[in-house]
Design a protein around this ligand. Sequence first.
Ligand code: HEM
Length: 412
Amino acid sequence: MPVAADLRPPRRERTLNPLTDGIGRSAAAHEHRLLSAARPELPILNWLGMFAKPLLKVPRLGWITADPLTARAVLNDPDHFTLLSEGGVGHLWAQILGDWVYGLFDGPGHYDLRTKSRELFTEKTSFEFVERAWGSRIADARRAFDAGEPIDLADLSRILVGQMVVTLLGMDVADTDEAYLDIFRTGEELAATALGTTADTVLPPHKIAAARVIVEKLTGHIDGSFATAAGDTVIGRCRDHGLTLTETKGLSTLLMVAGTETAASAMARTAALLYDTGEQHRLIEHPELMDGAVREALRVTSPAPIIGRSVLADLDIGGHRLKAGERIVVLTWTANNLAGQFRVDREYIPQNRQLWFGAGRHLCLGGPLARAELTKIVQLLVGDGRPFRVVSRRYGRRVLIPAYESLVVQKA
Ligand code: HEM
């Protein structure tokens, strides 16, 4: 479809200032409000991040970095940084799941787990998982959307992600939107355990007890299904790749925590970005830019906006001496956004690589699945060659992963 020239964003490239570009510029302004609604400390961290190239020490928080090269150096250095000590996500989960986390989340046990689960989400298996889990649900949604009906994409994303979890983990739940939404909300509740732990990962006993009940609800069925699960399910694959029952339950919990809110957040925010920047028109004109559009959406949304590590042993990095026991927070959102605004035709940025998925040994296991999910959503939005508009939006408040609570879209 031809695009009116005045609808297109200016071609001139400029560097995004994540602080000032939050004011008055539609896409960036919405992203900023979304981040502050989720966690009021995020915009402050992002602002501080502009001075954290390569590193800055912040009282009570520790070191922060928004420099992609320093970030990758940290995430690629298991001799000096860990996520198991206080301050890291492994420490958080060990209190809930048990001490076996220390054997599986880092070090040789983790290496072994990652080696065994390497083939779990390839490009091919990921597209198959998306087709199997969402095929008919997405086809229905697309028919309604193309016919002009409004869709709350934030809601649909949560339902689809819940459905993905049910499919991946082979859970026995009713095939209804309500049931999938309930699974998503349960995973969200589990992830919320981590809220307020940016500065301190020690959990109070009541939070630990509540989180354990949720873990049992989500993974308890694996005790019964482990031996018999089909080879094309994640549980069957884990078993066939030599993972033990404990490893499989641990990995399933990780998938729940790491791959639900992040994926749903990316889906609705991608729709908002495509509309707010006008880039949907460029994509409609050039559907071959789909992969670039998905990569850009992941970069600019960076749904996991920070990654925490503890310093294991003293080291010099970025002109500073970091001491064992200190903490460091990698500001992925800032590091990725400093590279420029959302453009579907932007080339791959070598220094950032795919920092939105982390780096090193903990690099997101579900990256190919997240990309496949997002591709399907973008196809839903503009696959018929016609643009859409955002009718209304509401930001999620006090949530771990910044996300739209509601984003209603409709064909323009
Ligand atoms: C847009 C969506 C996603 C984003 C932005 C994202 C981001 C990340 C990041 C930044 C990490 C590294 C954390 C660290 O180093 O501490 C990570 C790890 C992980 N992600 Fe994702 N993720 C997404 C979707 C998914 C999906 C769909 C799954 C699977 C269903 C998944 C599974 C995992 C797992 C299992 C890990 C832990 C890997 C390890 O510790 O070895 N993620 N993710």
